[in-house]
Write a protein that binds this ligand. Structure first.
Ligand code: HAM
Length: 444
């Protein structure tokens, strides 16, 4: 008996009708990235483990969630848990820092990431991330631009109800002062905190603020506010970020406990969540600035900023908030073959496709009625009927579905006839739209 298989835990198959929303979202993302000057970069799905497991990294992602394996050449490789580090590795490897006149280098990426997490709604072991990185220039308006791009993409896709949580972790001096303050604050409670937090206390006390286990511990209610530890330089930088967001009317709230789950952030950090934030898995996109990563990979003291957007979460939220996505396939034309004409029907379909018309046809030798049903299912605007008599006479019958007209024409006239039908339909749509606009105008 055949063995039955299922997708591995925490992964999913994305197929019709869901795939239409994905394709639409990806199209919008590519268009918007182009508008903002970001070009696509495709880096490998696995890297040397050390690309991700940077020294002293205390994040859960690196310490607990990586898919690390040894290949047949005994190299330690890791399936990418995120996009940023691979992109910075590539930025340095290709010496994109070499021409200061071309900075910042603005890249975007779209693809699967892998984390060994406990699967639940909005959290998968293989998930898809869209992300951007603007590398090589430290300017608060690049942070603003990044946030605005993420926010605008969500808006265009139908997410109306989104706010940005914003914080600054400051420069190194500010972070060191804050880490010290956190240590003093948590010291009396250390034995009550979870094992991870006890480790975090030594390695990077900022991580304690991100702990899901201890979040309800009373000591969390009175943690020192990072804003009080920002030095003048960090404060001025953060002010500029806020000023830029204000000017663009991007809704944000300052969240002094926002530290993000990854270790490399400096200065600005942000997360986009639904206004009615319902908890852990609701962050649609998150990111921030990182001053030290390029240097870690050997590219010198260059800063970067970016975000990662979970495609599953973004599409789910867009659907919940009324974003409109296609839910079935549509075709321009449907070719109906009657009798022993299947090769001619296919030839006609392929001629239509060559002229740019999405065309379907029957491959099951169905009867006329059943083929008409199929044409309705894909909402075909034109039906081309070809029977044995038509083949002999080098003719086809063309039916304009909307106009409810039908004519038998010479095969050589097929494409111009179809072009005509679609041109007329487009003109008709324009007129309808104009009329609709006039009406709107009258009502106002
Ligand atoms: P992150 O916050 O780890 O940041 O991930 C970004 C987004 O990816 C999250 O907000 C969420 O939407 C999605 N995501 C993360 N883990 C999962 C999961 N297990 N299942 C489904 N979706 C998930 C980063 O990855 C940084 N590289 C972002 C960045 C870019 N920072 C600067 N540049």
């Amino acid at each position: 008996m055949a063995k039955s298989f299922q997708v591995p835990r925490g992964t999913q198959d994305i197929m019709a009708p869901d795939i239409y929303a994905w394709q639409q979202a990806e199209d919008i993302i590519r268009q918007m990235c182009q508008l903002y000057g970001y070009t696509e970069a495709r880096t490998p799905m696995f890297e040397d483990t050390e690309v991700f497991a940077t020294a002293n990294d205390s994040s859960d992602m690196v310490t607990k969630e990586m898919y690390t394996f040894e290949d047949n050449g005994h190299r330690s490789l890791t399936l990418r848990p995120e996009g940023t580090k691979g992109i910075i590795r590539a930025f340095v490897e290709h010496k994109l820092y070499g021409n200061p006149g071309l900075l910042p280098v603005k890249l975007f990426y779209l693809g699967p990431m892998f984390r060994y997490e406990r699967p639940q709604k909005g959290r998968y072991r293989q998930f898809n991330q869209f992300g951007i990185e603007a590398i090589g220039v430290k300017n608060p308006q690049l942070d603003v631009e990044a946030i605005t791009l993420g926010y605008s993409i969500c808006r265009v896709l139908g997410i109306k109800n989104l706010k940005i949580k914003l914080n600054s972790l400051g420069n190194e001096a500010s972070r060191n002062a804050y880490r010290q303050a956190l240590k003093e604050h948590f010291k009396p409670y250390l034995s009550e905190l979870c094992e991870d937090c006890q480790r975090r206390y030594e390695l990077n006390p900022l991580r304690i603020l991100d702990c899901k286990v201890d979040a309800q511990h009373p000591s969390f209610n009175s943690v020192p506010d990072i804003q009080d530890y920002l030095d003048e330089e960090s404060k001025a930088y953060f002010e500029k970020v806020k000023e830029g967001l204000d000017l663009l009317h991007i809704p944000y709230v300052i969240d002094p406990k926002l530290v993000r789950g990854l270790d490399y952030y400096t200065d600005t950090v942000f997360e986009a969540v639904p206004v009615e934030d319902n908890g852990q898995q609701s962050t649609v996109f998150g990111g921030g600035r990182y001053d030290g990563l390029v240097d870690y990979f050997g590219g010198g003291q260059l800063s970067g900023v970016g975000f990662g957007m979970g495609m599953e979460r973004m599409i789910q939220l867009a659907q919940e908030q009324g974003g409109e996505f296609m839910d079935h396939r549509e075709a321009d034309a449907y070719v109906i073959g009657l009798g022993d004409v299947s090769s001619h029907a296919l030839a006609v379909a392929i001629a239509l496709r060559s002229s740019g018309y999405v065309t379907d046809l029957d491959f099951q030798n169905r009867g006329l009625k059943a083929q008409f049903k199929c044409s309705e299912r894909v909402n075909a605007k034109v039906i081309v009927i070809i029977g044995e008599d038509e083949v002999k006479a080098n003719q086809v019958t063309v039916k304009d579905v909307a106009a409810k007209t039908q004519s038998t024409i010479a095969l050589k006239d097929l494409i111009p006839t179809i072009d005509n039908i679609f041109e007329h339909a487009a003109e008709h749509d324009d007129e309808k739209a104009e009329h609709h606009c006039d009406c709107d105008h009258d009502h106002n």
